[in-house]
Design a protein. Structure first.
Length: 114
């Protein structure tokens, strides 16, 4: 068992940890208003790439390793979104890295015939 009381991740592909985290933060997760935006020079879309996130009593700062991590897949899936690696810190201490995906900031996705 690991620190969350779950079997080792390899046994269930991390599902136990994922469900634990979902239960832990489901009622306590809140994005704070302190954010920094980045505007894409290609699509003119503005994304909140830096933000504070509160989980219970803890506040985490998320900052991108680089601002320009926009994906423009209009030629295939039709979506334009930002996804990439962010630095996670708390109280000024760098704690690690995370993956952040920001969708819904560009134009609405068009499905079907125009």
């Amino acid at each position: 068992m690991n620190r969350l009381g779950c079997p080792p991740s390899g046994l269930f592909g991390g599902r136990c940890e994922s469900l634990y985290m979902q239960r832990l933060f489901s009622r306590e997760f809140a994005a704070c208003r302190r954010e920094t935006t980045w505007r894409s020079p290609r699509t003119n879309t503005s994304y909140p790439v830096s933000m504070s996130v509160r989980t219970g009593a803890l506040t985490w700062q998320l900052d991108p390793l680089m601002d320009d991590q926009e994906l423009d897949s209009r030629q295939s899936t039709g979506a334009v979104y930002w996804e990439g690696t962010v630095r996670v810190s708390r109280d000024g201490a760098d704690l690690g890295r995370a993956y952040l995906e920001l969708t819904g900031y560009a134009n609405a996705l068009r499905i079907g015939r125009q």
